[in-house]
Design a protein around this ligand. Structure first.
Ligand SMILES: [Zn+2]
Length: 271
């Protein structure tokens, strides 16, 4: 398996920031998140809107080396984002797109209770509208967080259409622009359903191929606690980290590779 190169512009994907602990690996401590955002802002990084990101992809600019812009994204839309993450972003002048599980807006999580001891609340529409008015963007993470590749064509299309219709009616047409496939699971059939439902951008796992409906993102997991998350690093540590993220994204299990990453981070640049 060869390490995935950094996509340009890179896309980071966080899940939970702060809040109660979980057994899984997708929760990043509030202090780590804050340190990373402040370090990136200090280092000259800027965040893109979905529209800027799409224009960058369509122009040759997307391959500029040393580019300091990225798309910051959150999956699942937990309520704690408005408490811990958005205020920090607003403070440092960053924006972000949050992919919402539209059937669960304002409700408790019932679709993934394996890793958390208690059910987690999702953002409500009022809070979403408040942050949208402050320049934050919202998009689809399907209607019910179903693994779309396991559904029939009709079911997958229904998931994607229902989610998009809800977003557009609540938040306006710009909210119907993009989808992040739950679990990063996509195939050509799912991409076709997304296109038919009206999405222009579709985000998969670490190894997207860069086409508009199979864009890659690098998840930030709990061990990715350096100032610059591996998804934005061009060095060998970044390549290793993306490989780990790819494996974890697929399997959602801990491996010895993670421990190796931790060791290398301690021994490495220390940044
Ligand atoms: Zn998700």
């Amino acid at each position: 398996m060869t390490p995935a190169p950094v996509a340009r512009p890179p896309v980071l994907c966080y899940h939970r920031v702060g809040g109660s602990l979980e057994l899984g690996v997708t929760r990043v401590a509030r202090s780590v998140f804050e340190r990373q955002m402040r370090a990136l802002a200090r280092g000259g990084w800027v965040t893109l809107t979905l529209g800027e990101f799409a224009r960058r992809l369509q122009s040759g600019e997307s391959r500029v080396r040393g580019e300091q812009s990225f798309l910051l994204s959150f999956d699942d839309g937990y309520a704690s984002l408005a408490e811990y993450a958005y205020p920090i972003l607003a403070e440092v002048g960053f924006t972000a797109v949050t992919f919402l599980v539209t059937d669960f807006v304002g409700r408790d999580n019932t679709w993934d209770v394996r890793y958390t001891w208690r059910r987690l609340r999702h953002l409500g529409w009022d809070t979403i509208a408040h942050w949208q008015a402050r320049g934050f963007e919202f998009a689809s993470h399907s209607a019910s967080h179903a693994r779309l590749t396991w559904l029939s064509d009709g079911e997958a299309t229904a998931e994607l259409e229902r989610s998009r219709e809800t977003l557009v009616s609540r938040l306006g047409s710009s909210a119907g622009q993009a989808v992040a496939y739950p679990f990063g699971a996509r195939d050509p059939r799912v991409e076709q359903s997304a296109r038919a439902a009206g999405y222009e951008l579709g985000f998969g796992g670490v190894r997207g191929n860069g086409t508009l409906l199979n864009l890659s993102r690098v998840p930030v997991y709990l061990w990715d606690a350096g100032d610059v998350p591996v998804g934005l690093r061009d060095d060998s540590l970044g390549a290793l980290g993306r490989l780990v993220a790819h494996v974890a994204n697929r399997c959602a299990v801990g491996t010895s590779v993670m421990l190796r990453l931790k060791r290398e981070r301690r021994a490495g640049s220390g940044s």
